[in-house]
Design a protein around this ligand. Structure first.
Ligand code: ZN
Length: 301
């Protein structure tokens, strides 16, 4: 039994439309679901991914309008690492980001930058055989596009404290951290020394990282996490997938989410993300919440 890499990464934005303009408009991801935060249905939960809304490519945001910028510290994921296919891709993104007012820093095989709210990203030329998870965008050639997640980097003052839990979750030691390598995909969880200043959650902060589970193995992962000393929530039905949540000893919030049923459960593939989707248990709130949400739209396609 193995986790199938990163399922999704969830962060915080202060401005949903600016967020859509950047991730769909500039980065070329597809807005695959526009819904509400199920724990606070008065705010948006936006999902950006490849064309099919696949786990492994899914960056999501809770919108808290006007929230001040956050600051990553110990116990936070502080960088999202994406796969790209070549040095040509890095050239393309260096130029495209620059045209859109985003400075980037080139290193051997990688390009680093921050989104307009300070969330750090790295594009990495990664030699892995996993299926590239690509979105169609009129200005981004498919061979240069983002290909899904490679890793997240987190700040931990005591990374060894997490060893027992990660062994229970069948992660393998890899470089400065651990790898979840399943049958279909792999993803890395890498540690860095934390900065001196404490973490402050806000715009541009990562809220949690979710690891992918096969549907029939989900409850077993929960049992294993409990046996290793973690305190997972009960299984929560998020409608698009089922989830458990717990903090790993470094303080980072983990989720384990199922590979399905997925985003086509309530709208067809060709129209993903166009309308406000509310899971059945939230549909009765539509008349109340929809008028209060500022409309957002992907204007790039
Ligand atoms: Zn999540």
């Amino acid at each position: 039994m193995r986790l199938e890499g990163i399922h999704h990464i969830t962060a915080i934005t202060a401005d949903a439309q600016r967020n859509v303009d950047f991730y769909a408009g500039v980065m070329g991801l597809r807005l695959v679901k526009k819904t509400v935060n199920q724990d606070n249905p008065s705010v948006y939960h936006l999902f950006f991914a490849d064309e099919k809304g696949s786990p492994g490519s899914d960056l999501t945001f809770f919108e808290f309008p006007g929230v001040p910028p956050g600051r990553a510290g110990a116990g936070d994921v502080h960088r999202v690492v994406w796969r790209v296919g070549s040095g040509d891709s890095l050239d393309f993104w260096e130029k495209r980001l620059g045209v859109n007012g985003i400075e980037s820093e080139r290193a051997e095989g990688s390009l680093r930058f921050s989104d307009p709210e300070g969330l750090d990203h790295e594009l990495l030329v990664a030699a892995v055989d996993d299926e590239p998870l690509i979105a169609d965008h009129p200005e981004v050639p498919a061979e240069l596009a983002l290909r899904g997640f490679h890793a997240v980097r987190a700040y931990s003052a005591a990374p060894d404290a997490s060893r027992g839990l990660f062994e229970a979750l069948a992660l393998e030691p890899a470089g400065e951290g651990w790898e979840a390598r399943g049958e279909q995909r792999g993803g890395l969880y890498l540690y860095d020394e934390p900065p001196a200043e404490p973490a402050l959650q806000g715009a541009g902060s990562v809220h949690h990282v979710a690891w992918a589970s096969k549907i029939d193995e989900h409850t077993e992962w929960r049992e294993r996490a409990i046996a290793a000393g973690a305190q997972p929530t009960p299984v929560i039905d998020r409608f698009y997938f089922r989830s458990i949540y717990f903090r790993e000893p470094s303080g980072v919030l983990f989720e384990i989410a199922t590979l399905g049923p997925g985003f086509t459960v309530d709208e067809p593939l060709e129209h993903l993300g166009e309308k406000l989707s509310l899971p059945p248990d939230y549909e009765h709130l539509r008349a109340e919440v929809e008028p209060k949400l500022r409309p957002v739209k992907d204007l790039s396609r």
